[in-house]
Every structure is written in structure tokens, then in C-alpha cells.
Design a protein around this ligand. Structure first.
Ligand code: ATP
Length: 215
């Protein structure tokens, strides 16, 4: 393989330490060169975000700043329309070529409905899958069809993913931070403090833009 890249997609409405800490741990556990955070324009499998794509992108920029090994990729926002991950991975694969180990990262909550994603089986032809264990979402608690399909693809060590371009799946137990963007939005909405859940620069931006508080 001539390099490695992990793609961490999400709504990031707003980005928080659960995302950021796991991005760092993914980079270390997989020994990938770069973890690329990809904010969606229009997430197809959940309610639409409260903030605009530009605001979510700016919060990511403020959060990541110049952190080594983390990058933001705005192709879904530029593409507009529903943000199907299979299309994102196809365009990334085209750019990096067939000799790069490419991994898609998703939390166990997202994995639980992975078989509802557009062309979900094709995704693992294009990239590996890394499932982050998240509090409250057991990895075994998925539809039978997904369990059967995934069975031959699981590998124990994340390092295995560096040996091939795509096709394997692994689970990763990152530091369990029970933080979610919806929890942060709710706290703001009821006037509670959000300190230490997300970077201060992002908190300042949320205050300046008056995000997540209904008048
Ligand atoms: P919401 O509460 O609005 O659903 P979220 O906090 O789950 O948002 P998303 O942007 O929807 O954030 O998530 C992007 C990806 O990050 C998903 O794959 C999700 O599982 C993962 N993720 C989110 N929070 C954490 C966390 N605390 N620990 C590990 N993974 C997380």
C-alpha cells in the first residue's frame, strides 16, 4: 500500500470532543496518515441539521485548527443534494488511486442502520469499515442480514486494514465520552452550560451566531 486515509463522516451539528478525541484515537490505532472529517450537506438518514452547512464547516475549522493528521473535506457540501457516503467514497477513491488503504469510520449508532444506507454493500468494496463502540449501542444489536453479511469481513487488529485497500471491517473501542451533538443542542436550548463538552472557540462561535437556542 502506498498510504492510508480514514474518512470520518458526520453532521457535526456541532462538532464536539466525542468526535475530536475519537478522531485522534482512530489515527493512532490505525496508524493512518490522515483522518479526514467530512461534514454532510444533507444527511439522508436523520433529521436535518439546525445550523447551515457553512456554519457546521466553520465550527469544524475552529475545532481542528492546524491539528496534525486531521483534515476537513468539504466535498459533500460542495456537491449539495443528499449526502450519500458511497458517492463520497467513490470520488475519494478516484483521487487517491487503488493503492491506498481507505477506511470509513462510523459510530455503533450509525452502524446499527448501516444496511439502510444507499448501496451499503458497495461501500466495503471501496473502503474498509471501522466501527467505533459508542455507549448505549451494542455492536451485536444489528439486523440479522447485516450480521450475516459482515461475518467474514471482521478482523481483530485495526493494523490489518493497512495491508489492503478495502474490504475488511474492525471494531475500535475509543475512550467512551458520552457526548452527543443533540445533547449539546438541548443544553443550549434550555440555557445550561456546555463548557468542556466542545472546544471554547466553537462555543464562542455558537454564542456569536446565536445557534441552537429557540427565541
Ligand atoms: P446527534 O446527537 O445530532 O445525532 P452526534 O453527536 O451523534 O449527533 P454526528 O455528527 O451525527 O454526531 O456523528 C458523526 C459520527 O461520529 C457518527 O458516526 C457517530 O456515531 C460518531 N460519534 C458521535 N459522537 C461520538 C462519541 N461521543 N464517541 C464516538 N463516536 C461518536
Amino acid at each position: 500500500m502506498s498510504g492510508s486515509l480514514a474518512v470520518y463522516g458526520g453532521t457535526f451539528d456541532p462538532v464536539h470532543y466525542g468526535h475530536l478525541r475519537s478522531a485522534i484515537e482512530i489515527r493512532q490505532a490505525l496508524s493512518v496518515d490522515t483522518v479526514c472529517l467530512v461534514p454532510s450537506y444533507m444527511p439522508p438518514h436523520r433529521q436535518q441539521p439546525d445550523s447551515t452547512p457553512e456554519q457546521r464547516l466553520e465550527m469544524l475549522r475552529l475545532a481542528i485548527d492546524e491539528h496534525a493528521g486531521l483534515r476537513i473535506d468539504d466535498r459533500e457540501i460542495k456537491r449539495k443534494g443528499p449526502s450519500f457516503m458511497v458517492e463520497t467514497l467513490e470520488s475519494i477513491r478516484q483521487e487517491v488511486g487503488s493503492d491506498v488503504s481507505l477506511s470509513l469510520v462510523l459510530g455503533s449508532d450509525a452502524y446499527a442502520i448501516f444496511n439502510e444506507w444507499r448501496r451499503w454493500q458497495d461501500i466495503v468494496d471501496i473502503a474498509h469499515l471501522v466501527v467505533l463502540e459508542r455507549p448505549g449501542y451494542a455492536l451485536d444489536d444489528v439486523p440479522q442480514s447485516l450480521r450475516d453479511w459482515s461475518m467474514p469481513r471482521w478482523v481483530e487488529s485495526p493494523q490489518e486494514l493497512l495491508k489492503t485497500a478495502a474490504g475488511k471491517m474492525t471494531r475500535l473501542k475509543v475512550t467512551q465520552l458520552e457526548i452527543s451533538a443533540s445533547m449539546i443542542r438541548n443544553q443550549i436550548n434550555v440555557g445550561l452550560a456546555i463548557d468542556y463538552l466542545l472546544p471554547e472557540k466553537v462555543q464562542d462561535y455558537i454564542r456569536r451566531q446565536k445557534l441552537y437556542s429557540t427565541p
